[in-house]
Design a protein around this ligand. Sequence first.
Ligand SMILES: Nc1ncnc2c1ncn2[C@@H]1O[C@H](COP(=O)(O)OP(=O)(O)OP(=O)(O)O)[C@@H](O)[C@H]1O
Ligand SMILES: [Mg+2]
Length: 258
Amino acid sequence: MSLLTISNLTKRYRRGGKTIAAVDDVSFHIDPGETLALAGPSGSGKSTIARLVLRLIESDAGRIEFEGNDFLALGGAALRARRARLQMVFQDPLAAFNPRATVARMLDDPLRIHGIASRAERPRRIAALLERVGLTTDLAPRAIHEISGGQRQRVAIARAIATKPSLIVLDEAVSALDVSVRGQILELLLDLQRQEQIAYLFISHDLGVVRAIAHRVVLLEAGQLAESGDAHAVIDAPQSAIGKALVAAAPRLNRTRP
Ligand SMILES: Nc1ncnc2c1ncn2[C@@H]1O[C@H](COP(=O)(O)OP(=O)(O)OP(=O)(O)O)[C@@H](O)[C@H]1O
Ligand SMILES: [Mg+2]
């Protein structure tokens, strides 16, 4: 059974008296432990799909099934419980969170909110999470604005895995990092996926990164699905016009896994 199934998802916005479909009748699925990339030009609807899947915004039409439930129909306690299984990592943790929050606080929150560990247990759980993402525990009292971008993204990943999710939505999660740090974070994501069978909905405009991390890819254009399939097959021989244009525009596609 697939982990996440999106069917005919549509989201419209009104702009300047006109209605545009930011996401237009899009369907795809993600299997357990799989990485599905969403790629496409700026404005093609990638982040809107991420927000719909996370239920940060409401859809106009379509269906989202997550872990066998009609996700859009869930409410109250059932939704809260299911939310723990669906986590997110964004491009810029400083924009998504209070920059003065400490690393310990970032990791304490999900453990507390989802009732995963008692107050007495939590410091040990926080230390284990830090270690799991390759950070040392002396970082715990630091504010997230004081640590490096790579360290910050590791903290965001540690926060995401704290609730033992089956799916993490990553929206341009490595796009702001320099190349060597990006490679390390991709390695960490691959390692976590191997160890814990986490699936990723991995959003990136960088086809080199997509080729390195994704099993399958969905290419979007103007809110519509233009092409989908095995990530290597699509990127090495795109069939759609937008796929061909994106590949032609990609600077030196990295043809090896990181
Ligand atoms: N809150 C909003 N109000 C009006 N229009 C919106 C809103 N959010 C997104 N849009 C529009 O929906 C379309 C898709 O935007 P979206 O942010 O999903 O694109 P994207 O693929 O993530 O782009 P990028 O690569 O630049 O991040 C764009 O035309 C955008 O202007
Ligand atoms: Mg976006």
